[in-house]
Design a protein around this ligand. Structure first.
Ligand code: C5P
Length: 249
């Protein structure tokens, strides 16, 4: 079995509103992407790590900075590739880079690919291990997840007004995180599948686990971690900075 990791960091960071790509925003010492890379320990055994960065960005230097240290620290080959307009496009670009590398290196046997959001910068290595273990146990698609603490209601919009339609049973709900894990074979199938969907439907499939559901491929769930929150808003950034400060004490 060969192991590869794709870190997607090609988002614009519009919702965070810093005017720079989110992965380049500073979190304690270093960028969000740099922190995401720090979770990748040599023990995880990745032969290849693909960093997917914005296609054109004046922050390319900051974003590509962690690559050398990451290769040095993990012994993995680290490559940088350009992402696309939507997260799925960025994951596809990363997945194609893995495919190309596997061909060039003559990898045979299964390839296990973890797809991770740079924005989940504080995800601990143990979550990566759990996902890899589930793949080793035979799963084709794996996602870490945590129980939800909020009561989630489905609403219906009537013009600008919204009303509650129903309450979803909380005990059966999970908030999914990354890294999600897949066999390379599944990812190839997944991207072939969304290519032939109408654009509107394809754009609704925001992660590869959703494509798996669409293909009736079982998605295994393993425990995630509260620190694996996705840094999306200023509140998330404050939380992440506080977690880091706490860890440094
Ligand atoms: O936008 P959101 O926070 O959901 O993005 C999740 C992850 O996907 C982030 O790490 C972001 O950089 C990445 N992404 C990407 N390419 C895009 C959009 C998002 O690599 N076009």
């Amino acid at each position: 079995v060969h192991r590869a990791l794709v870190i997607v960091a090609a988002g614009s960071g519009t919702r965070l509103g810093h005017g720079i790509p989110k992965a380049a925003v500073t979190l304690g010492v270093g960028s969000i992407l740099e922190h995401a890379c720090q979770a990748v320990t040599p023990e995880l055994g990745f032969e290849l790590i693909v960093l997917v960065l914005p296609e054109q960005s004046s922050h390319h230097e900051v974003l590509s900075a962690p690559a050398t240290a990451l290769a040095h620290r993990t012994g993995s080959q680290v490559v940088i590739t350009s992402g696309g307009a939507a997260r799925t496009d960025s994951v596809r670009a990363g997945s194609q880079a893995v495919q190309k590398h596997a061909e060039l290196q003559g990898w045979d046997g299964p390839v296990h690919v973890l797809v991770h959001d740079a924005a989940r910068a504080l995800t601990p290595p143990e979550v990566f291990s759990r996902v890899l273990q589930a793949l080793a146990d035979g799963a084709e698609a794996v996602t870490p997840a945590v129980p939800v603490t909020d009561t989630i209601k489905q609403v219906q919009s009537e013009g600008s007004a919204e009303r509650v339609e129903r309450t979803l049973p909380r005990s059966a709900l999970r908030a999914v995180q990354t890294p999600q894990g897949f066999t390379l074979q599944f990812l190839e199938r997944a991207f072939a599948h969304i290519e032939q969907l109408p654009t509107e439907r394809a754009s609704q499939l925001t992660d590869e686990a959703m494509i798996a559901e669409d293909l009736n491929t079982e998605v295994r769930v393993v425990p995630g971690h509260p620190h694996a929150l996705k840094i999306t808003t200023e509140t998330d950034l404050i939380t992440a900075r506080a977690l880091l400060a706490e860890q440094a004490r």
